[in-house]
Design a protein around this ligand. Structure first.
Ligand SMILES: *[C@@H]1O[C@H](CO)[C@@H](O)[C@H](O)[C@H]1NC(C)=O
Ligand SMILES: *[C@@H]1O[C@H](CO)[C@@H](O)[C@H](O)[C@H]1NC(C)=O
Ligand SMILES: *[C@@H]1O[C@H](CO)[C@@H](O)[C@H](O)[C@H]1NC(C)=O
Ligand SMILES: *[C@@H]1O[C@H](CO)[C@@H](O)[C@H](O)[C@H]1NC(C)=O
Ligand SMILES: *[C@@H]1O[C@H](CO)[C@@H](O)[C@H](O)[C@H]1NC(C)=O
Ligand SMILES: *[C@@H]1O[C@H](CO)[C@@H](O)[C@H](O)[C@H]1NC(C)=O
Ligand SMILES: *[C@@H]1O[C@H](CO)[C@@H](O)[C@H](O)[C@H]1NC(C)=O
Ligand SMILES: *[C@@H]1O[C@H](CO)[C@@H](O)[C@H](O)[C@H]1NC(C)=O
Ligand SMILES: *[C@@H]1O[C@H](CO)[C@@H](O)[C@H](O)[C@H]1NC(C)=O
Length: 564
């Protein structure tokens, strides 16, 4: 074979492989070519740079005049198509006073609003940062170009490894999800009898009393300890195994006036949940969105703010120690940087994690944010979690709120966003699930679908609803239970079907003599009962989180004689 033919063959086979897998829709994606396809949208200067993320070169962007100026490339996209647009950026300098900067991955087209694929609020100096994500092209894709938008117009930056690829539909997401559920949420449980009568027939009943996966809801402390709301409390205990106080532990609610700490209802509720065996998430120590900061805190000097923050941690975290298993440390940090700005410390949230950990070393500490499942901050949440991990911060989990407003679920995009967050290698919890729609039939089917997706994702360890009863919920169009008797509506019945039946194991199997049975059942706590002729001989509670073999000795136990 001639060398030319050989090279050609390799080239053709590479081309075929590219088509079979992922086709890049941008030219010169790794900035190693002649760079002719890359343009400055409006005003800026592009120069090849050896400061590369991979390979030999990247592109340096300088001399910008506005936020709309920057690196861009024209692209041909399918109307409404689903795409994944990402790049790596490194800021080389920042206007004095900026600790970090917002960088966005956007698509601009002639006849449509800009579409945002990703945003990174905390892009730091001299640090390669991945920005982007999955979004849909508009209905009219004429004159489209992708664009890198850096908010600080004086921040020179280098860009490398751009990627724009189509994200095809998952063919049968439900079948795939159910396969994953079968494989990750269940274990093999073997029960063997000893001491049995050799020729007798027995029955072994396995009834799952608790789930290993967390199913829970937000509640209100005020109603939870008020005897007038006994139906509300009863419905909670019937349907959930985890709780989170919706508002009662928030700084704004607990300390409206500095030094006047109100915790009566919250503590009473935490104690009664504990006594009933309900596990609790703590929400939240801080909430860095200006609107949700206590008013008196917003007027403090930098020094007094630091003191107030230390007091807050020493107070609420110590108070709730032994009662909460998790803390959301600085709620919605991707959407609010009150504490970073006021302390002038870009690492203040990491320091909060360390301080909370000192006061309660047993609590698992979480980031908790919104805009992940329907919008464009999945990549940013992943970046933050990975930065915290690599800095040695005690971070143990990632909370995805999941308030859903769009009822035509894009499961493919949602799964892609979960996978992106899961790259951080931390457990994910769905912390505030809500399905907001007035149509209860739609609410029920959307709830079923998202819960199926979440329950099937290997990184996800729990799902907590953001309230369940229309008498006590932030928006009644998300309720699962209604009226004075707290009865399930269509969405509540759907939830109960999943929680009580579809994802719970309850089987009875025959055993002959000292035989055994194996059941593949959902992980959790089981009551195992041995019966003979319908009469209970013995029972035992066992916890199943992995494959498990249990030997039950029934020697000396016999059912009462059957008369007749
Ligand atoms: C960054 O450096 C460039 C070149 O030295 C300069 O033109 C630009 O003004 C600097 N930007 C800031 C924010 O200092
Ligand atoms: C992908 O799924 C959406 C919604 O289910 C559907 O409208 C669209 O036609 C599908 N696209 C392809 C290429 O199958
Ligand atoms: C568990 O059970 C499944 C199905 O019943 C079976 O295919 C699998 O081999 C079992 N695994 C072990 C480790 O026994
Ligand atoms: C209740 O509190 C005790 C300690 O006071 C703790 O050991 C136990 O785990 C708590 N129960 C639950 C369900 O969190
Ligand atoms: C913030 O933390 C990062 C990661 O540990 C570190 O590289 C950086 O120097 C810190 N920045 C400041 C201003 O302390
Ligand atoms: C999007 O593209 C980036 C860069 O190739 C890749 O790392 C990421 O996994 C992709 N995400 C999805 C959801 O396809
Ligand atoms: C409640 O949800 C509905 C959608 O079902 C929405 O139209 C309405 O604005 C929401 N109300 C509030 C107060 O957020
Ligand atoms: C609710 O949605 C279902 C399914 O889309 C539809 O058939 C029904 O007409 C809707 N009900 C109302 C009251 O809009
Ligand atoms: C378990 O299943 C049996 C039928 O197989 C049913 O009679 C019983 O009510 C179930 N138990 C519970 C608590 O659902």
């Amino acid at each position: 074979m001639s060398p030319t033919l050989f090279v050609l063959l390799i080239f053709v086979s590479l081309l075929i492989r590219c088509n079979g897998e992922i086709t890049q829709l941008v030219h010169d994606p790794d900035m190693e070519g002649l760079h002719q396809s890359w343009k400055c949208r409006a005003h800026c200067t592009l120069t090849p740079s050896h400061d590369a993320h991979t390979g030999k070169t990247s592109l340096l962007v300088t001399n910008r005049g506005s936020i709309n100026d920057g690196l861009s490339q024209s692209v041909n996209l399918t109307p409404n198509g689903r795409y994944n647009f990402t790049f790596y950026v490194k800021l080389l300098n920042l206007t004095t006073g900026n600790m970090y900067d917002m960088v966005q991955a956007t698509l601009a087209c002639s006849n449509a609003n800009h579409i945002k694929f990703g945003q990174e609020r905390y892009t730091r100096l001299n640090h390669w940062t991945k920005v982007g994500g999955v979004a849909h092209a508009p209905a009219d894709t004429s004159g489209c170009f992708i664009r890198v938008q850096v908010s600080d117009i004086h921040a020179d930056h280098v860009i490398d490894d751009v990627s724009l690829v189509a994200v095809p539909n998952i063919t049968d997401w439900r079948a795939e999800a159910n396969e994953r559920i079968e494989s990750i949420r269940k274990s093999n449980i073997t029960i063997r009898l000893t001491g049995a009568e050799p020729n007798a027939n027995y029955e072994i009943e396995l009834y799952q009393t608790k789930h290993e996966f967390a199913f829970g809801s937000a509640i209100s402390a005020t109603q939870f300890i008020d005897p007038a709301y006994s139906h509300y409390q009863h419905a909670f205990y019937e349907n959930f195994e985890w709780a989170v106080l919706e508002n009662d532990l928030k700084w704004q609610q607990m300390e409206r006036r500095q030094g006047h700490i109100h915790s009566t209802e919250a503590m009473a509720t935490l104690k009664s949940l504990n006594a009933s065996g309900i596990k609790v998430r703590g929400h939240n120590v801080f909430w860095g969105v200006d609107l949700h900061t206590p008013t008196w805190v917003t007027t403090l000097s930098q020094h007094d703010l630091q003191v107030a923050m230390d007091n807050r941690i020493n107070n609420v975290v110590a108070m709730a120690r032994n009662y909460v298993r998790h803390w959301d440390v600085n709620n919605e940090n991707l959407h609010g940087d009150f504490y970073e700005q006021r302390t002038r410390d870009p690492n203040i949230t990491m320091k909060m994690f360390s301080s909370v950990h000192k006061v309660d070393p047993n609590a698992l500490l979480f980031l908790n944010d919104f805009g992940i499942m329907e919008n464009n901050v999945a990549q940013s949440l992943r970046n933050q979690a990975m930065l915290f991990k690599s800095a040695g911060v005690p971070i143990h989990g990632i909370g995805i709120q999941s308030h859903l407003h769009k009822m035509d679920l894009d499961i493919t995009a949602m799964k892609a966003r979960l996978d992106t967050v899961a790259e951080a290698g931390l457990p994910i919890w769905i912390t505030e699930l809500s399905v907001e729609t007035t149509n209860q039939t739609v609410r029920a089917s959307v709830l079923r679908d998202v819960m199926t997706l979440y329950f099937s994702h290997p990184a996800i360890k729990g799902i907590l609803l953001w309230g369940f009863w229309n008498g006590r919920i932030y928006n009644t169009t998300a309720a699962l239970f209604e009226g004075p008797n707290v009865q399930p509506n269509a969405a509540g019945l759907m939830y109960q079907e999943l929680f009580k039946t579809t994802w719970r194991t309850n089987v009875t199997l025959p055993v002959h003599g000292n035989g055994d049975v194996t059941v593949r059942g959902f992980q959790g706590v089981y009551k195992v009962t041995v019966k003979k002729s319908d009469k209970e001989l013995t029972n035992q509670y066992v916890s199943v989180i992995d494959d498990k073999a249990i030997v039950l000795d029934i020697s000396g136990l016999s059912a009462p004689a059957i008369v007749g």
